[in-house]
Design a protein around this ligand. Structure first.
Ligand code: PEP
Ligand code: MG
Length: 585
């Protein structure tokens, strides 16, 4: 039966519409493959005193088998596998090998005299809750990692390690849409074998594995759907709208036709966009805009080039430090930074110094800060840990010998932090010089504008620093007193609040006055809905995820910057909300 036959069938004519968070743009139309969760319905029972030792051994063997499986996957990762997968699989292997995990589960088996599955799920819940309470969105979503590694061990214990469909038996003719509660990196790895049209999950958010890996595979994905696995059956015809986060189950023929048209238009537009790769990002009135990319791993520099980025506007260096037991040494950091500089072949590369939060120390020991968002994080953390900072600065100065590298400092609020950073840089350069190590001292130093105090009193920073990069993600959080990861107050997280826009405009104007470049590297820069408004604020530098670059460039090329500046300034003067629709008129 073809897709249109199925849609025309009277039995299927009531279309069910499900909503989630669209994390990879695009459309897919295809059949559902529902991932089973049966293996996870584990038995809970008490054990006799004399069985405790055997139960502990059963647990250790299962953990060992699951870890070995992950290691083997890392070692045999095919060359064309999404790069993030290797990192994510290693994080899982590391979590499993944490002796604390096995010890605490063994303790539960012994103290409560329960079976390994029961003890494991209990401990898993405790750990996942601890992660879920963390302030940093990335770390918070790592509670999913804990849950997934526990599920892995549970599957080994229950003898049902194969929960995925056997891809050889699945008809991969048409587009298949994976429907799951959640998809771990290891499962994503297996799923790569099939040609899937989209991924749908009950759990997860913008930085979940499904989102990260699907983005790197360029496959539409909708996550956080709540009940998709319960409501969709194997073989159901699905339309996935990854742009709006909507899934239509067994659509009517009219709806199907409508989405076939939308999908064709989307694909046409994608192709057209590719032709903009080398086109200048210039507005209709001749204002040249700098288009740079945000990356988190050195390998992503290649994606930035493919998308036509003029440089790296933000390399979040903390991703080199996370998910591992030991800190990366100077040589390892140098190699990573130099690799990006080399890939970008003469284009500027902006590397942000370690932006780690106070809720998680680097060696994995959780500490409790009174208010982590306002605690010892980012530059505060680095200045409080001079040896760690020195190692990074030395690696950065060495990498700068290979091409234009700029150092970006996060979470600056005081001028003395800039002074201390310059002093730390001078010390690193002096040490390298004394040791005869090749390096470059003429490195530009800039700061993230993400704390309101800095944006309000921006003038001395604009004069002293070489460039400024506005981190709207944090700026909005601190201006509006809204935790950027707290879903309960998410509706108040408002990038368009006049107070936020006034601070952005104030920063841009200060940069203009002293001739220092100002860009935005927060999520707003890649949101094509606000591109015109940002041009109206006078922004001339954008840095975003490589996949967003061409959409934003297209919008820039259709805009008239000076006319937008007049409209935006008049609304801002009155502290009114800006009407985005009026800017497109
Ligand atoms: C920001 O705060 O806008 C930013 C780009 O940094 P991060 O999202 O890494 O905090
Ligand atoms: Mg930030």
């Amino acid at each position: 039966m073809s897709a249109s036959d199925a849609a025309a069938s009277p039995a299927l004519n009531s279309t069910l519409c499900l909503v989630g968070q669209g994390v990879v743009r695009g459309y897919a139309i295809g059949r559902a493959v529902v991932m089973s969760a049966a293996a996870l319905e584990v038995a809970h029972y008490r054990i006799a005193d004399e069985d405790v030792a055997a139960e502990r051994q059963r647990l250790c063997q299962a953990v060992e088998a699951a870890a070995q499986d992950l290691h083997q996957m890392v070692e045999t990762l095919p060359d064309d596998a999404p790069r993030e997968l290797g990192v994510l699989l290693s994080v899982h292997a590391m979590l499993l090998q944490d002796p604390m995990l096995v010890q605490s589960v063994c303790q539960l088996i012994e103290e409560r005299q329960v079976n390994a599955e029961w003890a494991l799920t209990t401990q898993g819940q405790t750990l996942a809750e601890q992660f879920a309470l963390m302030e940093d969105a990335y770390l918070r979503e790592r509670s999913a990692d804990v849950r997934q590694v526990i599920e892995r061990v549970l599957r080994v214990l229950s003898g049902s390690a194969q929960w995925l469909p056997n891809l050889d038996e699945v008809d991969t003719e048409g587009s298949l849409i994976v429907v799951a509660r959640d998809i771990s990196p290891a499962d994503m790895m297996r799923l790569r074998g099939g040609k899937f049209g989209a991924f749908l999950t009950d759990l997860g958010g913008a930085t979940s594995h499904t989102a990260i890996v699907a983005r790197s595979m360029n496959v539409p994905a909708v996550v956080g759907m709540g009940l998709v696995r319960a409501l969709v059956r194997d073989g159901d015809l699905l339309i996935v709208d990854g742009i709006n986060g909507v899934v239509l189950v067994n659509p009517s023929l009219a709806i199907l036709r409508e989405y076939q048209d939308r999908q064709a238009a989307f694909l046409r537009e994608r192709d057209e966009l590719k032709s903009l790769r080398f086109a200048p990002a210039m507005t209709l009135d001749g204002i040249q805009i700098r288009m740079e990319a945000n990356i988190e791993l050195p390998e992503e520099a290649a994606d930035a080039l493919t998308a036509g980025a003029e440089g790296i506007g933000l390399f979040r260096s903390e991703f080199l430090f996370m998910g591992r037991a030991e800190l990366p040494g100077e040589d390892e950091q140098y190699e990573a930074y130099a690799a990006v500089v080399r890939t970008m072949a003469g284009r500027p590369v902006t590397i942000r110094t370690l932006d780690i939060g106070a809720d998680k120390t680097l060696d994995g020991e959780a500490t409790v800060a009174t208010n982590p968002a306002l605690g010892l994080r980012a530059i505060r953390y680095c200045l409080a840990n001079p040896e760690l900072f020195n190692t990074q600065l030395r690696a950065l100065l060495r990498a700068a010998a290979h091409g234009p590298l700029r150092i970006l400092v996060p979470m600056v609020s005081h001028m003395h932090e800039v002074v201390a950073t310059r002093r730390a840089l001078a010390r690193a350069a002096e040490e390298l010089r004394d040791a005869g190590v090749a390096h470059e001292t003429r490195v530009q130093l800039g700061a993230m504008v993400e704390i309101p105090a800095m944006a309000i009193a921006i003038e001395p920073f604009a004069e002293t620093l070489d460039f400024l990069s506005i981190g709207t993600n944090d700026l909005i959080q601190y201006v509006l007193a809204i935790d950027r990861g707290d879903t309960d107050v998410a509706s108040l997280y408002d990038p368009m609040h006049p107070a936020v826009l006034r601070l952005i405009a104030h920063t841009i104007n200060a940069g203009e006055r002293v001739g220092k470049p100002v860009s935005i590297c927060g999520e707003m820069a890649g949101d094509v809905r606000v591109t015109r408004m940002l041009l109206g604020l006078g922004l001339t530098g954008f840095s975003m995820h490589p996949q967003q670059l061409l959409d934003v460039k297209k919008e820039i090329r259709k805009a008239h910057s000076n006319a937008l500046r007049v409209k935006v300034a008049s609304a801002l003067n009155r502290a009114e909300r800006i009407d985005l629709a009026a800017l497109s008129a």
